[in-house]
Design a protein around this ligand. Sequence first.
Ligand SMILES: [Zn+2]
Ligand SMILES: [Zn+2]
Length: 355
Amino acid sequence: MIRCLAAAEQTERAEMMKSAVFYGKHDLRIEEHEMPPVGPKDVLIRVKACGVCGTDVHIYEGDKGAAEVTPPAILGHEFAGVVEAVGAEVAACRVGDRVCIDPNCYCGTCGPCRNGVAHYCEHMIGYGTTVNGGFAEYCAVNERQVYRLGERTSFEQGAMAEPAACCLHGIDMCKVQPGSQVVVIGGGMIGLLMLQLARLMGAAKVALLEPVEEKRQVAVKLGADVCINPLQTDVKAELKKAGFTWVNTVIECVGRPSTIQQAIDIAGNKAVVMMFGLTKPEETIAVKPFEIFKKELELKASYINPYTQKRALDLIDSGRLDVSSMIYGTYGLEKLEEILSSPKARAKGKYIICP
Ligand SMILES: [Zn+2]
Ligand SMILES: [Zn+2]
């Protein structure tokens, strides 16, 4: 496989780098780590920005099923930086290039890879999950995963390309058409991206359900036609008042059984219900099949980001997709554990680490 080939021709590097190493549940240590080996097809990236993702939190909390992580490991899969060195066979980029990565590396030869569903690759490598990632000064990745940033894209924005790419894969399945009425549940980073993508798909009306006032304000700035506090009002009545006569798509971005049930309830006839929010693996929901039948609903979910990284980057660079308004702040590696362990801190917005 790719890593084995790469490892065969390692460049010797004596230096050490600062990194955040995950040793197990609630055990993250800032320490000096060996520089990653750079194989012939590898690109060594000096990390400038690495997003803190819900997946990192799940791993830190020791949740089984979140990702296949074998400690000790360097997490962080949403990152951008500068090319510091390239292996002898690398053609895709040069030293000094500003780049970001798609962390999910597919083998290209297994059944799923050869049938157009590479995200179900039987030999998938995940930078920041199955192999070391971007919560360190440097990370070496296969050149196939490297994407050059546009001139107007900052490192922080480049780090947001991966979550944006995941949202693009999701919205592609939502059947949003010009004139559609779309309801997004949850105004976190994902919900705020989804509401913009729904508009870009041509939705005539987009509503956001979100209890936190500050998030609703950001959503209005990003183009939400109506923002509803679902804890204080009758959501369906509010939607009706706002002219939502036939909700075509509901995008759930919270990941709780109650909000998924709410999505099914709000959905109009023939609607798509996208369950985008990640639930815990053992979670179940109560569904009335009659309701699905009566409305001919399509219940869907979306898994990672196959073939969407480039489109996400182009959208970001064009200025049409705002990935900056949901960033709360950029901090050093030392702050990472505090962010991972504090839901209250994370509720403020997206955190970026600059190692
Ligand atoms: Zn992520
Ligand atoms: Zn494969």
